[in-house]
Design a protein around this ligand. Structure first.
Ligand code: DX5
Ligand code: ZN
Length: 218
């Protein structure tokens, strides 16, 4: 399984956004992860489609947009128009998950569903066929630089076994507290897409950190 490293811009220097995106791309990033927060679903506010569109103009890499907002259905089109290639919504805030995931696909991009650390994998089993991506949060969403929650590893294993047994194409992504120390654990458990914010952007050497996170194949 090819590991995909997706730096989260949440921890970049926004006063130098273009340079940060270009530097992390040159350093080997596979995707760019964008955290959209509204101050309701999570206790933090970040940015909206305008910034996603600005990042779209800085890179050709796939944009992986992680929506942590109330009423995600009202904003799907806007984020897709802004340039999202992957659009992920949270199980906890999407009452009609099946319909929303189908809508994202209809709009022509890849659909992702995310579960918080306290949300069981079983809650998304009914929609797994609709999901191109399963984002398993390894911290409580809201902030960069938090500590990895090891109890989530069991959920990653459970999801990997389910995906293999049904021969689904869903990719497992992890997000939160991922760096050179924790990446071997999540890869071993079955994660394929590794989001990392602070560990990359707070390091002096983006290339080295991305290489360490990607590591050797599990
Ligand atoms: C957290 C966000 C993450 C965040 C990860 O709510 O979804 O994408 O940027 O940051 P680190 O890698 O610093 O834990
Ligand atoms: Zn995220």
């Amino acid at each position: 399984m090819e590991i995909i490293v997706a730096p989260s811009l949440l921890s970049c220097d926004f006063s130098r956004l273009k340079e940060e995106v270009e530097t992390v791309e040159a350093a080997g990033a596979d995707w760019i992860h964008l955290d959209v927060m509204d101050g309701h679903f999570v206790p933090n506010i970040t940015f909206g489609p305008g910034l996603v569109e600005a990042v779209r103009r800085c890179t050709k890499l796939p944009l992986d947009v992680h929506l942590m907002i109330d009423n995600p259905d009202d904003y799907l089109e806007r984020f897709i128009q802004a340039g999202a290639d992957w659009l992920t919504i949270h199980q906890e805030i999407a009452p009609h998950l099946h319909r929303t995931l189908a809508r994202i696909r209809e709009l022509g991009v890849k659909a992702g569903v995310s579960v918080n650390p306290s949300t069981p994998f079983s809650t998304v089993i009914p929609v797994m066929e609709m999901a191109d991506l399963l984002l398993i949060m390894t911290v409580n969403p809201g902030f960069g630089g938090q500590k990895f929650i090891p109890s989530v590893l069991a959920k990653i294993r459970e999801a990997r076994a389910h995906i293999e047994s049904r021969k689904l194409n869903t990719k497992i992504e992890v997000d939160g507290g991922i760096g050179p120390e924790t990446s071997p654990l999540v890869k071993e458990a079955g994660a394929e897409v590794l989001v990392a914010g602070a560990s990359i952007f707070k390091s002096g050497d983006y290339r080295k950190t991305i290489e360490q996170i990607r590591g050797s194949k599990p």
